[in-house]
Design a protein around this ligand. Sequence first.
Ligand SMILES: [Zn+2]
Length: 387
Amino acid sequence: MIRCIRCCMPSTQEGQAFDEDGICNVCISSEVKMRIDWRSRKDELIEILENAKENHKNDPYDCLIPISGGKDSTYQLHVLVKEFGMRPLCVTFSHNWFSSVGIYNLFNALEKFSVDHVMFTPNRSLVNKLAKKSLKSIGDSCWHCHAGVGAFPLKVAQDYGIKLVIWGESAVEHSSRGTYANPIHKFDQDYFLNVSAKTRPKDMVDTELGISEKDLRAFSTPTAEVYSESKIIGIHLGDYIYWDEERQTEFVMEEYGWIETKVEGTYKGYKSAECIMPGVHDFTCYLKRGYGRSAFHASADIRSGLITRDDALEQLIPLDSVKPNALEYYLEITGYTEKEFYEIMNTKKKSELELIDITIRDNPTPFVRPKLFIEDLKEWLNIDRNK
Ligand SMILES: [Zn+2]
């Protein structure tokens, strides 16, 4: 497996390319990021926001902010509401795998910024069926979330006639999509299909599992034509203001009471803290592509000068191979046996890894299956978990 000589991301990462010195394009972008004139970028942002305020001066909202309850959501709200005085409609697509910490962070943000909010939660049985289908289709557990977080905010923007949708971190921050010179503004079906969903809703229809086309309406993103007619523009805040997630996390924790949690498969507690399933998602990435969340986080920390590449390779990256405790829940809801799970994942393994032994290590920490917030609530309220 070839790894970037500067960070440690391997060639199996989607869209990965290396220059002649063996440096990956995310590392190259991170150098570009240091030389950007962020003052003039901020002026561009102000212009976009002022236009939105003007265009929506008679409407209840001037922009739409997709929020998950993650640290970025709170930071986005801080910048947009407190610094720039925007009047957003906040929108959450719930994966229906919310942790208690995630629900707290989400509702805490709504309280702190006093914003209106719309949330869509697909039903439990559909989520379970899609989680099962997802493994065979795209080789991870989370198709419904990848598709829903892209599609639902755009649907709401169309319904409410809101023309500006504001995401958080730049697409360039951790991936090879786009560049700082050409930030992405168009978020139609093709964009989300390439970025994360990989498979269109119609290809997730499965009569045996009982998934019909009708069930999947909430997951379909507008086509390029419909999107361009709607005249919605989307931006990532991270293309206009300098993004430093370590500092931003500290800030939202101190200022707004945002909290971290233990996230499986990594040494950081702030990414995907809102969900109980990142352990399984990242473990499937490891089985498929030979790296998981730790390699990803360690690479970001190397680029920021926080750790050395040698330390990352020795101490942090082995975390990717640990079997997550959430796998038990995934097997429970899908009905797969552990053997079937590994067999399916074996068919998804990248060809570059054919001859590489993908080690799987047992979890050294005591077994605690991550719990959904509703399970925690039952415990706190002393309600029989079987009721
Ligand atoms: Zn790199």
